[in-house]
Design a protein around this ligand. Sequence first.
Ligand code: PLP
Length: 428
Amino acid sequence: MGEVDVLLKRVLDLTDAQNRWRQLETINLIASENVMSPLALKVYLSDFMYRYAEGKPFKRYYQGTKYIDELEVLTAKLIGEMLGTDLVETRPISGTIANASVFRVLADPGDKAVIAPVQAGAHVSHTKFGTLGALGIEQVEMPYDAENMNVDVDGAVKLIEKVKPKFAVLGGSVYLFPHPVREIADAVHAVNGKLVYDAAHVFGLIVGGAWHNPLKLGADAMTASTHKTFPGPQGGIVAFTDEKLYKKVSKTIFPWFLSNHHLHRIPALAVTTLEMKVYGKEYASNVVANARKLAECLVEEGLDVVGEHLGYTRSHQVLVDVRKNGGGAKAAKLLEDANIILNKNLLPWDPPSAVKDPSGLRIGTQEVTRWGMGRSEMCEIAKFIADVLVRKKDPGIVKKNVIEFRKNYNKVNYALEADVATLLDLSR
Ligand SMILES: *Cc1c(COP(=O)(O)O)cnc(C)c1O
């Protein structure tokens, strides 16, 4: 074989290994991931993936965009209907870009933003270490209420009255319980600021009615990723109640934060939105019920689950305190060796410096739910986890059982089917 053949074989082998491992052989509990339906995948692999459409629908800078124009308007309308607004931007190519596009319009460098405490789940993009910092916006953190594992509402309201920020941010990456949207919206509006709710993690739960809709509770904009509990292509959206803000973000996202917006996302996003329209309610309620069941079964198996006094969780997430099981870094690695994929995570009491070996594990039930698993399967998963972390079984042996278990769950549920025989197959 020539050099190119060898390299090509390596590329193909690595891709195939990934497909087999993560699609067929692992239990994926990463809280920010999901799988697309076969139909969404089918439309994702379309001619749109090579094309450009800078600007807004029907006002593009290039020719050749008539179909994406229509699709983009349709997709925004479908998402808007599920959220109760007709102001939706589908162009952000990620949740981070969605945040950047809104933050930049709401504040200039040197202005202040009040953000949820990191212990209550704030994402790095809300902080001085991420997008907020890159935009030169000053971060002021709300106080944390350890008892309720949430924003300290009274403290946050007082802080907002004092700081008078341009905007506040709620929503996060690691949170079990809904943030106090109404109270913070009222406080920030009273000082002429805006509220941005970052629904990256919970967008799928919101459209399925299993999580409160921040736009109905006073948020001026809701940013989201489209690939976490919302099981679509990687990307972002922003939905607004504030029309002036919508217009300004729409005008500036191109060219400030993107030129092209990865057009093949759009039909896949539309298909996924229709799937959520039909199955979202059932899917979202199962995701949350599965999270709570998994928490209960993990406790029965001898693990320490965070938030017992609050009922463990109301989201898709479960947090496990694994200090007595070797710590987060070791636990996550051992579980990976058993084909159970999740991530180590800081727990509310960890100092930021513990990031390399934090106390906890973060678990999400959205993908296993989509693979058709229910309450009894959550207890089987808890057993596999306890086999490794409590009973200290050899991860290599547990892995064999996990692979066997996964064989029963190889079809994506809550998915629409359609006759795609007429679609030109680009993988020809
Ligand atoms: C994941 C996440 C993001 C970033 O989303 P990407 O689509 O990965 O850029 C933003 N905010 C929160 C709260 C997140 O959890």
